[in-house]
Write a protein that binds this ligand. Sequence first.
Ligand code: COA
Ligand code: MG
Length: 301
Amino acid sequence: MTDFESVSPPARRSCLSVPASAPRKLAKARALGADEVVVDLEDSVAVSTKDDARAAAVEALRDWGDQTVAVRVNAPRSRWCHLELAALAELSRQPRSIVVPKVESAGDLAFVDRLLDGVEAAAGRSCPLRVQALIETPPGLASVNEIAGSSDRLEALILGYADLAASLGRSPAGAAALDLWLPAQEAVLIAARRHGLQAIDGPFLGTAVDEPFQAAAVRARDLGFDGKWAIHPSQVAALNELFTPSQEELAHARAVLAALERGEQEDRAGAVALDGEMLDEAVRRSAIRVLARSVPGAARG
Ligand code: COA
Ligand code: MG
C-alpha cells in the first residue's frame, strides 16, 4: 500500500470550478491563477452530455501541466460515477484529486476507495488519487465526523451550499443569510480539523466579486477555512488575497514564535508577554498555522 502521508496537500485558497462540457472555459481555466481548477462532470454538465464531458476531461488532463487539478465526478450511485472513476484512475497524467459530491456516509467513500484501488493496481499506479468530499446533504452533514475519518485518500471536506439549501428547504433569503450557515460550517470545520483535513468553503451562486461574495469569503476565512470555491474567473484573485496572511500577520506570527522561544531559553517559561498580550502554547499553534498558510511570494501587503 502506498504512503498517503508523504505528500502534504496543495494550497486550496481558490478552487475554480469549470464545466468539462465548456471547451473555451476549460482551455482558459488553467491560466487564471487559481490554486486549483476543479473540472466539473456533475451539476454544471447536462445529462445528455455526460459521456462527452468525461471524454473532454480526460483529453484536457493529458497535457495539463503542473497546476493542481481536481475532477468532480457524479455522485456515488449515479450511473456515471464508476465510469468516471475508472477513466481517471488509469490515466498516465492523473488529476491530484477526485471531488466526490453528495457524500452521505463512510460507505460512499469506501466505494470510491475500492474502485480506485482496483483500477490503480491494474494500471500500475504508485501515487494514489486523493479525494475531496462534498458535504451537501442532511445525511452527509449528520455523518460528517464518520466520513472525515473514513479514507486515507481524503484530503479535504467541502461544504456545498446550493444542494444543502435545496434539501433543507431553505428559502433564498435564508440561503443568503450568512448566520444561518454557521452550524453547518462549524460541523464541517470541526470534523476536518479532527481528522487533519483541509476545510474548504463551497461556492455561492453569484459570479461577481460583490459585497455578499466578499462577506461570505471573509466569514469562511475568519472561521478557519483554508479556501473557497470560485465559479467565475473574477473571483480567483479576491480569494487568493483573502486567504493569504498579510505581511503584518506573518510578522506577528514570527514575533510570537521568537518571543516564546526566548522565554523558553531564558526563563524556561511556557507563557510570556508580547506587547501586552499573553502568549502560550495555544498561541504558538495559531502562529504556526498562519505561517503554514503563507504561499511563497503571495503575502498580502
Ligand atoms: N472557468 C473558466 N473561464 C470562465 C469561467 C470558468 N468557471 N466562467 C467564465 N469564464 C470565462 C468565459 O469563457 C469568458 O471568457 P471569453 O469572453 O474569453 O469567452 C469570461 O470568463 C467571462 O465570462 P462571462 O461572460 O462573465 O460568463 P459566462 O456567461 O460565459 O459564464 C457561468 C457564466 C456561470 C456559466 C460560468 O461562469 C460558469 O460556467 N461557471 C462555472 C459553473 C460551474 O462549474 N458550476 C459547478 C460548480 S457550482
Ligand atoms: Mg451540486
